[in-house]
Design a protein around this ligand. Sequence first.
Ligand code: 0PR
Length: 389
Amino acid sequence: MQEKGLDEKEVLEALEKMLRKDAAYSSGKILASMCSEPLELTKKVYTLAVEKNLGDEFLFPGSVELERKTVSMLGILLSNPDASGHIVTGGTEANITALWVAKKLSEGDRREVILPESAHFSFERAADILELKLMKIPLTDEFKIDTYQVKETLNHKTLAIVGVAGSTGLGVVDPIPELSDIALDHDVYLHVDAAFGGFVLPFLQDMGLYGGGFDFESPGVKSITIDPHKMGLCPIPAGGILFRDSSLLSIIGKSVDYIGRGRLKFTTLFGTRPASPAVDVWAAMKSLGRSGYRTIVKNCMDNAMRLYEDLKRLKDVHLLVKPTMNIIGFSCSKVDDGLVVDRLLERGWALSLFPTHIRVVVMPHTNAQHLKAFVSDLEEVLESFENHV
Ligand code: 0PR
């Protein structure tokens, strides 16, 4: 830090110069992100609560009440008005918190967590911190967890089962009702990672475009991750962790003598927590309403399906699975996927490269014209390789 402070203009100019290096969602070329441009309203609302701390209900009861109301709206969205939980930093903290609760609830030396190979890497972080062993289950031809293998793997050391509702790589939903039956039969904790799908599936259900079940409707589901900073269109950081009831959450409760005269219970990993993200989720859900989210999801789905059909027409492109939500996976039959991703990056397209495929996430910042341009660039890139051979 320099001795004498800069004036505001200098600070802002220096910052703007640096931030210009970042990619902009408005280009329509970011196909690698599960986050998007947040709603305009949320940017305004964020500033209303910047100094407030959700970790101190004694000082900020209004903010804490807003977080409770937000969690309640999320609970209703996930078929459980009695759910309790928190707005956290994202899917990673939510998944860690779920397994932390599962571990605290368990007796004996249950340390194994059964989860699909498609699960997000946040579970590896959770396993590391909580000293758990991950039992990765292979996927079926539809890229879902193989429930036969789940049953084979269950034993007296099983702590929890994890199902994914909207896999990171392909947006596929595991058979949650079936996992729920298995979890209840074996008295094992079931967590659903709907970090992405939580703000997609309820609206697909409304439109009759998804009917498989994924939420608290399945009685074995104990907790769900749902991230407003993904398809909820809220600013980063806004994750959500919801538990079936408050008794599950209270198992990680901690009171401290000197804060709120010992009457408060912390039920999150972090102490000091920003109120702005929770206030933002409240504002986004209130202002869009169910119909607003439905329109956004419908638009993304229509774009994703059009892209799927367009990609189908390209020779040498193999689509892994018909999309359940606005995520598409494809691989190139004649060229290395990595080379294709690099060439498309030279043309400004940001894509994600998975071991088995290239992923396109069709977020609200990408429209039909952007996707047409993408397909045309992909076609040209593939042709350029062909001419080379
Ligand atoms: N669970 C699932 C199913 C996820 O896909 C993710 C993140 C998480 C949990 C973890 O969430 P947080 O990152 O909020 O902790 N999936 C995205 C991905 O890996 C994260 C992301 C978002 C990466 C935007 C890049 C990006 O630009 O694709």
